[in-house]
Design a protein around this ligand. Structure first.
Ligand code: GAL
Length: 682
């Protein structure tokens, strides 16, 4: 089934990226040549104005939009649309000079000097006022231009400011939340070490030279930072929507692991989800792993609005900010684009169209390199992506991927685990816990939503909560209802330990701890040193990191510890609860065990997968699907390995696109290294 178009004015798969003509205004020939090359590369959209404030308003209240008029019009004459950015991601010198309050203050109280980008206070009234003026002017000038299809609000919102304005806003936010200091002191457990607050203005954001021991404060500060960022973003959205509410808005997010912000909250005012994916291809530990992590991020972006999203940035070849800047090997750029589309993207867009000549990004790759020609391998691969997107628009654009499985990812749990002081300060691998639960489904082509704890669970058959340390905001009631109605729930070690302000839940077996659903109570948790193991299944599976010692009440015990003084205690349990069942895995188990458990559950729950069970997915490959009309499947076969791979026993299929050299037989397909095949099956 197709959803409403992300960009109704131009409802096709988008191909393009960040274009920075303001860096090239002294080179008119280059700008003309760029447009020719864009057409050759099948580019149909560019993002303009992201960092152009100084060229749009060189002095306070002096506006110079003429160059942007020329660029937008010339691109439009050549059939290229515009995603127009608001310029708040980087401010001009004059603004910081006149209003020093716009510059961020670090956690140690030092105000930044002018420099870099994303260095502004979201609370500052001066910043908000100047951005209101420029955003409104941009909207008045361009929001009805036929070329403009989408607003790109700021750039990669992130970071935090600790200035006095922010401290006061934080205190105000806390007053709204807690009402009284008594409530706050209890929620934060601040009688500990005599840190009790007796006046609101004693509250200060966490700082390495101040308060770091009050965990509730740290959690609330991070929530406030997300809220303040959202409020600033809303401010900008209101400015542009006031002029023309018809143009949708997006803000380019970063990867899931940028957990400084809670995207599940931040995304609420946006019409369209978009994000910037920079997978670390060609690392020594394997492209299939890199592909899996990228896939999980794509799945999260799709889950935010339960529909397709835009890949707003990816690199045509290499980044320049990693320890080692690897080029994408032949084929990898196409595979990486296919991977994003497979998981729900309706675009492939780049940072950047033309490579900068100087400054900090001059060695970041671009569609058009310093050579200024189309005669590069990167340019040719980009062109192939453009052709592919054109070919896919009719069947793929706007289709969704219904998920029967949810993997719960809670950025707030990550924040809490990072500061939890025990049981394993040398590493509580929250992301590792997510990845190992995701692996089986990713490989097998069973769509997984990466959902936060507020998700309505009734749409799923299977809900997995890896290391969900915080049970907050009524999550327990949603799980109870889900299992009661026949759902299968799986939690893993160190879940359900603390509540929303990081207060540990009291009691042995309690409803707050979901003990009625899970059927056990936990006595204590042992931590293992790096390299130390326990095991289960007579040594078949090695256990690492954390081992809970638990007592069954009503659950069945499926696996027990082999060793140590808790040998014989349960590791894996299953509790029947009304119409459903709840599993718990009480130790850090290897991915191989989870693969087997989830394979069993996938069969038992009859989970929909991209391809029938008898099709073996070769090592290094994954399959994914989006739903075509007539309930047919658009299946994306992706080979992340650097060797040829064959999938046999395929059902009747029709080819939509394949990588170069792929061989198709009636019931098999062979693709080369970093190859792909996109097929349609009944
Ligand atoms: C992104 C950013 C772009 C560019 C790119 C380089 O995070 O939004 O402006 O800097 O990284 O990889």
């Amino acid at each position: 089934m197709k959803d409403k178009a992300l960009t109704p004015k131009f409802p096709v798969m988008l191909h393009g990226g960040d274009y920075n003509p303001e860096q090239w205004l002294r080179y008119p020939d280059i700008l003309d040549k760029d447009i020719e090359l864009m057409r050759e590369a099948h580019i149909n959209v560019v993002s303009l104005g992201i960092f152009s404030w100084a060229d749009l308003e060189p002095e306070k209240d002096v506006f110079t939009f003429e160059w942007l008029d020329r660029v937008i019009n010339k691109l439009w004459d050549n059939g290229i649309h515009t995603v127009l950015a608001t310029p708040s991601g980087a401010r001009p010198q004059w603004l910081a000079q006149e209003y020093p309050e716009v510059l961020r203050v670090a956690e140690d109280g030092r105000r930044n000097l002018f420099g870099h980008r994303h260095n502004h206070c979201y609370t500052s009234p001066a910043y908000r006022e100047r951005i209101r003026i420029i955003d409104t002017k941009l909207a008045e000038r361009y929001a009805s231009h036929p070329a403009v299809i989408l607003w790109h609000i700021s750039n990669e919102f992130g970071g935090e400011c600790h200035c006095d304005l922010c401290q006061n806003a934080f205190r105000h936010w806390l007053k709204q939340k807690y009402g009284t200091l008594d409530e706050l002191n209890h929620a934060w457990w601040s009688h500990f070490w005599s840190h009790t607050y007796t006046e609101w203005n004693q509250i200060h954001s966490p700082s390495s030279i101040g308060e770091t021991s009050i965990h509730g404060l740290a959690l609330d500060w991070k929530r406030f930072v997300t809220e303040q960022t959202r409020d600033f973003m809303q401010w900008e959205i209101d400015c542009v929507k006031a002029v023309n509410p018809e143009i949708p808005v997006t803000a380019n997010f970063m990867e899931v692991f940028n957990y400084g912000l809670n995207y599940y909250e931040l995304c609420k005012p946006l019409d369209v989800i978009s994000w910037d994916a920079y997978p670390d291809w060609h690392v020594t530990w394997g492209n299939d792993r890199v592909g899996m992590i990228a896939s999980l991020s794509h799945d999260m972006m799709r889950t935010l609005k339960h529909r397709s999203f835009l890949l707003m940035e990816n690199t045509p070849s290499t980044t320049n900010w990693r320890g080692v800047s690897k080029l994408k090997k032949p084929g990898m750029h196409l595979l990486s684009a296919v991977n994003a589309i497979a998981h729900g993207s309706d675009s492939t867009m780049y940072f950047q169209i033309r490579q900068s000549r100087g400054s900090t990004e001059k060695f970041h790759s671009a569609v058009i390199s310093h050579t200024g020609t189309g005669n590069t391998r990167t340019f040719r691969e980009v062109t192939k992506v453009g052709e592919l997107l054109e070919a896919l628009t009719a069947e793929v654009y706007g289709t969704n991927a219904p998920a029967e499985v949810a993997l719960i990812f809670d950025p707030e749990t990550k924040w809490a685990l990072d500061q939890c002081n025990g049981p394993r300060n040398s590493g509580l691998d929250y992301f590792g816990a997510l990845f190992s639960c995701y692996h089986y489904f990713w490989m097998r082509g069973i769509t997984v939503n990466i959902a936060d704890p507020h998700e309505d669970l009734s749409r799923y058959k299977l809900v997995i909560a890896p290391m969900l340390y915080l049970f907050r905001d009524g999550f327990q009631d949603r799980v109870r209802k889900f299992v009661r109605n026949g759902g299968t729930f799986v939690s893993t070690v160190f879940s359900g330990i603390a509540d929303s302000t990081d207060l540990v839940m009291l009691g042995e077996a309690t409803e707050e701890k979901l003990s009625d659903v899970m059927g056990y109570w936990i006595e204590e948790t042992d931590a293992l040193h790096d390299g130390e193991t326990n095991s289960m299944s007579a040594g078949r599976y090695q256990l690492t990191e954390l081992c809970e010692i638990l007592h069954p009440t009503t659950c069945e015990v499926l696996e027990t510890y082999d060793q140590d003084y808790y040998a014989g205690y349960p590791v894996v349990t299953c509790n029947r609860y009304e119409k459903g069942q709840a599993y718990h895995i009480a130790a850090t188990v290897p991915e191989a065990y989870l693969d087997e458990l989830f394979e069993e559950l996938a069969g038992e729950l009859n989970l929909t997968s991209a391809l029938p069970e008898n099709v073996v997915i070769p090592h290094g490959c994954s399959v994914t699907w989006r739903e075509a009309e007539n309930r047919e499947k658009l299946v994306f076969i992706q080979n992340f390995s650097d060797e040829e791979r064959t999938l046999s026993l395929l059902p009747d299929y029709r080819v939509l696109a394949v990588s170069e050299g792929a061989q198709m037989e009636s019931s098999s397909i062979t693709v080369g290294a970093f190859g792909y095949a996109i097929i349609r099956v009944k």
